[in-house]
Structure formats: C-alpha cells, structure tokens
Design a protein around this ligand. Sequence first.
Ligand code: URA
Length: 284
Amino acid sequence: MQGNTSIRENLIWQVEAGIDECIAEAPIDRFAETATKVAERATQQSAQPAEQQGSAKPGVRSRTPEAIAGRQAPTPPTSQNSAPERAVQSAVAAAGAAKSIAELRAAVEAFEDCALKKTAMNTVFADGNPEAKIMFVGEAPGADEDRKGLPFIGASGQFLDQMLASIGLDRTNYYITNVVFWRPPGNRNPTTGEIAACLPFVERHIELVDPEILVLLGGPASKTLLGMKEGITKIRGQWFDYATAGLSRPVQAMPLYHPAYLLRSPAHKRDAWRDLLEIKQKLS
Ligand code: URA
C-alpha cells in the first residue's frame, strides 16, 4: 500500500514538473550529451583565428533578458557575462551568419544554449510558405508540435487554420513560427531567458522572410517583438511598425489573440474576427 502511494505521488510530482510523457524505453542523459558538445565546440573554437571567435554580426540587435523585459540598452559582450548573456551573444553570432532560411534552420538546430532544447524531442522551426506575404509568430510548441517538429498542428493550430481559412489563408500562402523553437516542459510559459536566447534567430527569421505583414499571436510574442508592456487586450487589432537593422523598411505588425486563448475564452472570438477582417483588407 505504502509502495503504491509513493509511486503514485512520484508520478504526480513528475507530471507537475512537466515530465508528462514517455518518449523512449531507456532514459537519455541529455546533460551528458551537451557536455560533450560543449567540449567539442571549445576545441573547434580554440583552433579558429581570434577574430572569428564569437563575433556578433554588425547590424543585428543583441538583447539581454533584462533588455527584452524592460527595453533597456543591451549590455556589451564581456568575458564576465552571465550564462544567459553568453547564450544571447552566441545566438546573435549564429543568427547573423545565416544568409538563407535553410542556413538559419541549420543554425537553430545546432544551437545548444537554450535550456528548452534539453527536454524537447524536436526543434520546431517553421511551417508554411516562406515566400508568403504574411508571417505569423506564436509563443511555443506544445506536445503535438514537439512530437512532429512542426508548429501549430495541435488543437490550437487546427483552430488557427480554421480562422485563417475564413480569410482565404492556408499554409501555401502563409508562414508560421514561434518565439521559441522548443517545447517548454509541461507546456509552461517560456522564461524571459529562454525567449532571449531564441530572439536573435526569430528576428533574423523575420528579416530573411521579409513579409509584408507580421501577425503576433498572443501576449508573449507581441510583447517580445514589439517591446511593449501593455497586455494583448489593449494592443490587439492595432498596426505597429516592426523594424530591425536588417529589414529594408518597417513591417506592418498586428497583435492578435492567441488561438489557444480563444478556445478557452470564446467570448473574444468576435474581436478576433474583426481583427482578421482588418488583416484581410490589408493583404488585398
Ligand atoms: N501554440 C503556440 O504558440 N505555438 C505552437 O506551435 C502551438 C501552440
């Protein structure tokens, strides 16, 4: 009896900690894998000329987690930087070096400095048509997305597809990604540090796709990319300029309610419908 209770409590504890599915017969020590990769990278870097080591590309913004949260100026890279700052710097360097979407995907897949990667099954990079006029950015992959390596294919993705079909959009004429590329364990919200480590890739992604319209799904994506403090209820349905040094002109960006939120709060569907019509008009 005692044994059963403690097994049950242990399982409940694991589910609450985000260990909510079994993905292999035997445990994999991902921290040991990472240590090996870090050691390999250190060996490769020490073999490179000094000027190639960790150099951020000019013109690509680097932001610390604090800078994202408060829109402060980024801290300049120093050897005393904290691990989250070093993660952002290495993301800036890797993202800035990518000259195509394929190169960016490879850089994201090779990136080891976002903790979410350690618990995820797959990298969820993007789906849809990278030539599309319109690009959507969501929050984070869920369990279905993690299993298949594609964004927005679970319940909220299917609902989003229905919403977008009503204004003539499908994955042949829109492109979609998230502000983080790996599933947060237990579907918790991504932390500021995790978002900061992925942000240089997301910004570069937008530069390489160079859409005419950017739609930010939910509060976290909107706040991260527009640097705003206001909640989604205040800013949804409005057009903002999204600009980075790598874009030839500002992109028109609109925050929209996240489809998962609309599934939980159907009363807001009417506002979302209004926003979709506004997007349709802008597209035409
Ligand atoms: N929610 C998101 O924000 N992104 C996904 O890919 C799936 C669900």
